[in-house]
Design a protein around this ligand. Sequence first.
Ligand code: ZN
Length: 304
Amino acid sequence: MHAIYVDESGTPEESGGTACFAVVGLSLPLSEWKTCDSQMRSVLKKHGMDGVELHSAWMARYYPEQERVSGFISATPSARREMVVEERKKDLAKASLAGTRSVKSLKKNYDKTSSYIHLTHSERLSALREVADTIGSWEFARLFGEARMKKLVGREQNARSREEALEQITTRFELYLSKVHGSSALGIMIHDQHQAASVRLTSLFRAWQENGTSYAGIPHIVETPLFVDSSLTTMVQAADLAAYATRRFFENAETDLFDRIYSRFDRNSTGKLVGLRHFTGKAPCTCRVCLDHRRSLSEAPGNY
Ligand SMILES: [Zn+2]
């Protein structure tokens, strides 16, 4: 039995702040789950994040208020935390003079990052690198992803980004199960919870179970996606890191994290990359992923 853990990075909406919307699934045989979970937990523990949710995008940000604190680097983790909390209180007080909206966005930012303020920016990046290396070392695991460049995709397809990305990943996962693991292989999808989209994605998946995706039937995938709380599920957090690294590669040409996981994207028996699509609409692309994907030869995931 195989599970594929799926998470997104960036926003699918055209107006959102990211140029790319990435969805990535991390597939592993469940017989390896205990090892993977324990490795992830020990990396997090080593970096002072025992029991903390790994959220890559929030961790990778600069926290300017942290860098203003003098003596931060030499302080203990708990003192560091107190120093930043105090600095943030001052910032929130200042922001309240600028109006409610500014307080709200700052407060959100501080809430999302509160678990990481005892680590410097470079310590946070080290933790992310080590998680990426850990995923990269799992030879039994495969990544399946879709990275969509919003400006090139066009309005109509952007509106279906989440569905189309999930359809690509589901079809690729099905083909991997049947071609690599044989007719008795079974897989299940575990998705980061998504309040707004879970009902829609579940009914879409139900339709794929009955009639297949646009590309293939999915007889090896059971159930509709199970939506789980990522803060409790380390493998969804691993998928979050993979999605973040993928988005930042296409958006900013950042290779540090991406190169550590790239080898895990599925390839067929001839070595052709089949597990990651860089979707640029009708615009041609010769980035290394598109070259490895030999995009001009085949666009449809039905060709394995
Ligand atoms: Zn490309």
